[in-house]
Design a protein around this ligand. Sequence first.
Ligand code: SF4
Length: 176
Amino acid sequence: MKPTKNRHPDRLAGLKTWARINSPWVLHFNSGSCNGCDIEILATLTPRYDLERFGIKLQGSPRHADVLLCTGAVTRQARSRLLRIYSQMHEPKFVVAIGSCALSGGVFQGCYNVLGGIEKVIPVDAYVPGCPPRPEAIIDGVVKLLSSLKAPQGGDGTAAHASEMVEKLVVEHEHR
Ligand code: SF4
């Protein structure tokens, strides 16, 4: 039988991007944080901030995750685990460094057992500064990452819509 030729490669790629932008599954990894940033990530996942409205869902396995949320400076002990988890994720995969320590080593910079920020070990796609960053900043970082993914042709502007939602969330939170 003659193999079927894909007559609409652009549409298929657009559909994949649309699905990825609308349903990014995330994995959280602490490579040496003081737990402050981790608590903020957990707060972000609670119904108060309702990250799931963007289709963002926490996953327990790197094989099911699209986005790796990393906190803390990378310690010598955590380096191999971070590399292993990153290698187990399927392409295309994205990394968000959360907190000053994940960006540069932060307050742990220069310690004998600290290698530095996440990008010393794996490539980083988005950075969320702060010590620790607030949930709104974490949501903004993830949404900006999604916005940077190419929107499908003729798409519904989901990433732009998500940015609007974050702005609304910040305003709502300020008025509480
Ligand atoms: S950025 Fe601040 S809260 Fe986050 S791991 Fe570093 S010291 Fe802790």
